[in-house]
Ligand binder design. Sequence first.
Ligand code: C2E
Ligand code: CA
Ligand code: CA
Ligand code: CA
Length: 280
Amino acid sequence: SKNKGRNRYEFFSYEIEERATQRRLLIEEIRVALDKKQFELFYQPIFSIDGLSVPKAEALIRWNHPKRGLIGPNEFIPVAEKNGLIGDIGHWVKSQAIKDTVDFNKLSKDAVQVSVNTSPLEIDRAGQWVDDWITASKESQLPNNTILIEVTENTLMDPDSSIQRQLKRLSAINIDIAIDDFGVGYSSLAYLQRLDIDILKIDRSFIQDIESNDNSIALVKAIITMAHNLDVMVVAEGVETSRQYELLKHLSCDYIQGYIFSKAITKKEFIKKYITKNIG
Ligand code: C2E
Ligand code: CA
Ligand code: CA
Ligand code: CA
């Protein structure tokens, strides 16, 4: 009936309004979180293929929400990207990650490289983002090649190459570059060569498939061979089973990241468990 239709319309418009209100609230809360230091970087160890050492770790942001507890990035990074707050979050991530990298490397006998995620929306064409990285890393006297900046494939799809030139400035000061989620976008293999990429991270969706799908094995094998031919090392992301691990070992993958070894943990736990102490 007519009446019923109107009710439904009101229900939907109420829902849309409700969602918009929720989003505004979240944006406000993110501002507060930055101000009150509610964000924290967790670290997920990245193992050498033999499983015996941890030469790298990925910094993954978490939000210690006063009411809701620990919140993962998928709940707030996309919102922050839509509202310009990603710049402020990126700033905080950069300085915290640099601080932590300096601490890890002071304590550690072996070099520890920290991987930092970057949203394509953080990188401006004017070059401020890269200037900030250069300034911050010089000030901290970070050891060479102890930071790895992770960019997604679509970051590289820049028609006038200004982003690519900026990434090259990072390479020039011994910051390494990784392509994150490799395989899900439309990467041109030419980028690997042109951009002085150091690391390729094969997306979890491919790793999940290798146990059951021969085509996925062939694909992962081709990616690894090609990367090695270009002097690029390969991290397999989201490795969860020993079967996946064995296959990747067989395919000469270089590094393993995934729940099979560890999820992301606090900085304190990471130091306790994985930093080989500089004693004696
Ligand atoms: P990502 O960069 O692809 O990070 C890997 C994600 O996979 C992490 O989720 C990690 O906890 C999860 N993961 C690792 N191993 C496994 C596994 O074996 N199985 C499964 N199922 N998952 C695994 P997380 O921490 O929730 O991060 C989600 C995404 O949020 C990241 O995906 C990244 O795109 C973004 N992100 C995280 N930290 C930052 C940050 O500081 N800045 C920016 N811009 N984005 C960030
Ligand atoms: Ca990443
Ligand atoms: Ca390099
Ligand atoms: Ca990834």
